[in-house]
Design a protein around this ligand. Structure first.
Ligand code: NAD
Ligand code: DAU
Length: 351
């Protein structure tokens, strides 16, 4: 029996990781700790909430007392740490929230793990989920490898870079058994519609403007979220302690081209005339400090642990659009309340 604390399990990627581990590993006990911020939603886990190897705990990763109690009550063997403030635009509006959760929250978990495991680290693991944004930005050439120097530009990526440094420092200083993976942009079901793909699917459906930052020339490397969850599974079980693994899709898209694929797919599913929603494309003021290009070289993960993406992008996008169209109740729920205020401030008051 292995007791695994998964943080941020009610969020987008976390819910896919929790679902995978609960279903694939009945002999593991999964404890999902999540503060249920605007981005966390227990509806994401309806299908596993009654499983006997799953427990949900509502709480904040900065709450030292709670974290210490969880380690002791559940005899935690491993941590898969996903809880974070994750949206770049929000980090530009409120950087302190990102330092609190992403930096101090991670440090709180590291301290608790070190203390609970009393420096006996056999069969223990602290697995930290990070992002390719810590590496900064690329020109049209080259890829981020595990050896690329850190060069974060947004408050979000600076906070993730800082958390990565603390995780490595606990390994180098105290010998805490850690692994870090840095992944590219994820897409798929249950992603909060503040991020490009779900936001734009929802706006196309509702005939609302599609706010493209700058000229839409920025490039992102997109990975289907279930492929990321599978990578996390592989790295958790087969990764080497102290190592970093890059996870990416080898799937680069300029934002404007990606948006046209989304438009074509949604129009087709809704029976609209091909490309008719292209009229919704609206170029708006660029994101501050907008990184030009991200592209991950994930060959270490492929060569050493045998992982590669399973899904072609067009298929992943069709699955994703279908999911959002079939789960209107979920979309309506998460876009009510606070989301309306965020959307107005972010888009309507600035365009
Ligand atoms: P998300 O915003 O969808 O979910 C984050 C979850 O963390 C939510 O459930 C939220 O309630 C919870 N949370 C936030 N603050 C918390 C706190 N203080 N205490 C406890 N729980 C808290 O994020 P996501 O997109 O699923 O990203 C998950 C992780 O993966 C993050 O660490 C992110 O940096 C990383 N990542 C994301 C992507 C991506 O494309 N989304 C890519 C690479 C890495
Ligand atoms: O690269 C991994 C990162 O990917 C993760 O670490 C982050 O948590 C995740 O949010 C994501 O960051 P991005 O900033 O790349 O994702 P986002 O969906 O916000 O934006 C993707 C691209 O689309 C980016 O170039 C900005 C642009 N964009 C985004 C929004 C929300 C627009 O043009 N208009 C928009 O309204």
């Amino acid at each position: 029996m292995e007791n695994i604390l998964i943080t941020g399990g009610a969020g987008f990627i976390g819910s896919h990781v929790v679902r995978r581990f609960v279903n694939e590993y009945p002999n593991y006990k999964i404890i999902n700790l999540d503060a249920l911020t605007y981005a966390g939603n227990l509806e994401n886990l309806k299908d596993v909430e009654d499983k006997s190897n799953y427990t949900f705990v509502k709480g904040n990763i900065c709450d030292t007392q709670l974290i210490e109690k969880l380690f002791s009550d559940y005899k935690i063997d491993s941590v898969i740490h996903l809880a974070a403030e994750s949206h770049v635009d929000r980090s530009i509006q409120d950087p302190l929230a990102f330092a609190k959760t992403n930096v101090l929250g991670t440090l709180t978990l590291l301290q608790a793990a070190k203390q609970a495991w009393k420096n006996d680290f056999s069969n223990k693991l602290f697995y930290h989920i990070s992002t390719d944004e810590v590496y900064g930005t690329l020109t049209n050439e080259g890829f981020f490898t595990e050896n690329t120097s850190y060069d974060p530009h947004s408050p979000y990526s600076a906070s993730k870079a800082s958390s990565d440094h603390f995780v490595r420092a606990f390994h180098d200083t105290y010998g805490l058994p850690i692994i870090i993976s840095n992944c590219s942009n994820n897409y798929g079901s249950y992603q909060f519609p503040e991020k490009l793909i779900p936001l734009f699917i929802n706006n196309i459906v509702n005939n609302k403007p599609l706010p493209i930052y700058g000229k839409g020339e920025n490039v992102r490397d997109w990975l289907f979220v279930e492929d990321h969850a599978r990578a996390i599974d592989v790295i958790f079980h087969k990764g080497k302690i102290g190592e970093t693994y890059n996870v990416g899709g080898f799937n680069e898209w300029k934002n404007i081209d990606l948006v046209k694929v989304l438009i074509a797919t949604v129009d087709e599913f809704l029976g609209r005339q091909k490309g008719s929603s292209e009229k919704l494309i609206t170029f708006v003021e660029d994101r501050k400090g907008h990184d030009y290009r991200y592209a991950i070289d994930s060959s270490k993960l492929k060569n050493e642990l045998g992982w590669e993406p399973s899904l072609q992008f067009e298929e992943g996008i069709r699955k994703t659009v279908k999911w959002y169209l079939e789960n209107k109740g979920w979309v309506d729920h998460v876009t009510s309340g606070e989301y309306q205020k965020y959307y107005k401030e972010m888009y309507e008051d600035r365009t």
